[in-house]
Write a protein that binds this ligand. Structure first.
Ligand code: TMP
Length: 235
């Protein structure tokens, strides 16, 4: 499988076409951004670590029956994935108040939610990814109702699986962001990545943050946090 031309460059990844029209390569960069590009920096070897962590989660989720785009990890920064039509939604699942939810409701970070919740954000940099509901998503032709139902169902299933795995690693899954797409038959599939860039992982005992919040809020060494998360998953 040969990587050919770049077809899209995002903040953390570059998507390359390949010699197979049904497959693309996601190249994981070390560059990190926060607050929609306002803060910029580099987290040494982040690309390699996020590719490893995402590989770990995608394989595990596939084994547990969650359809996803993962096909292989041919290079340390390259993930081979099925080409799917991405739906422009950031699908966030939350178990514990943190980040924008804590701010929105004036709650202290770390307050548990009485049940997991799912939120949809419209993926649009110019609008700063606004929070939307199902009516907006349907009326704006972002996704159909049956697709949103399937996305929610998959998002909660992913949450249950990840929580169980992370529990055994002494990590709390505070929240995470996923993205979904449609395959050639219109079937909904998990895409993008699952890594410390788009999840909040806290050590269960010390509540130490093992994710991008260390970079977002200058809380120490993001490299150490990402390495520690990889170590916990793979040792
Ligand atoms: P938030 O609390 O800032 O809304 O973030 C919720 C989760 O979603 C958190 O794990 C970080 C992740 N996230 C992204 O991956 N990309 C984004 O652009 C944002 C705003 C959040």
């Amino acid at each position: 499988m040969e990587r050919t031309n770049a077809i899209h460059e995002g903040k953390a990844k570059i998507i390359y076409a390949t010699t197979d029209p049904n497959q693309v390569i996601m190249y994981f960069k070390d560059e990190a951004t926060a607050r929609n590009g306002e803060k910029r920096g580099t987290i040494q070897d982040k690309g390699i670590i996020n590719n490893k962590i995402s590989t770990y989660f995608f394989k595990l989720l596939k084994d547990r029956g969650i359809p996803n785009h993962y096909l292989g990890t041919p290079e340390p920064r390259d993930m081979l994935v099925k080409k799917i039509e991405m739906i422009p939604l950031e699908v966030v699942v939350r178990n514990i108040f943190a980040g924008s939810l804590a701010a929105r409701f004036g709650k202290e970070e770390g307050t548990p939610l009485s049940m997991p919740i799912v939120e949809f954000y419209f993926k649009c940099d110019e609008l700063n990814d606004p929070l939307i509901n199902r009516y907006h998503a349907i009326a704006l032709n972002i996704a159909r109702l049956d697709e949103l139902n399937e996305i929610e169902h998959l998002a909660f299933s992913i949450n249950a699986i990840l929580k169980e795995i992370l529990n055994a690693k002494n990590v709390d899954l505070v929240d995470f962001k996923t993205e979904f797409g449609r395959d050639e038959n219109g079937k909904i599939m998990l895409g993008d990545e699952i890594s410390p860039d788009n999840c909040r992982f806290w050590d269960k005992d010390s509540k130490r943050k093992l994710d991008k919040d260390v970079f977002r809020h200058d809380l120490g060494s993001p490299e150490e946090a990402y390495q520690e998360m990889l170590r916990r998953l793979t040792e």
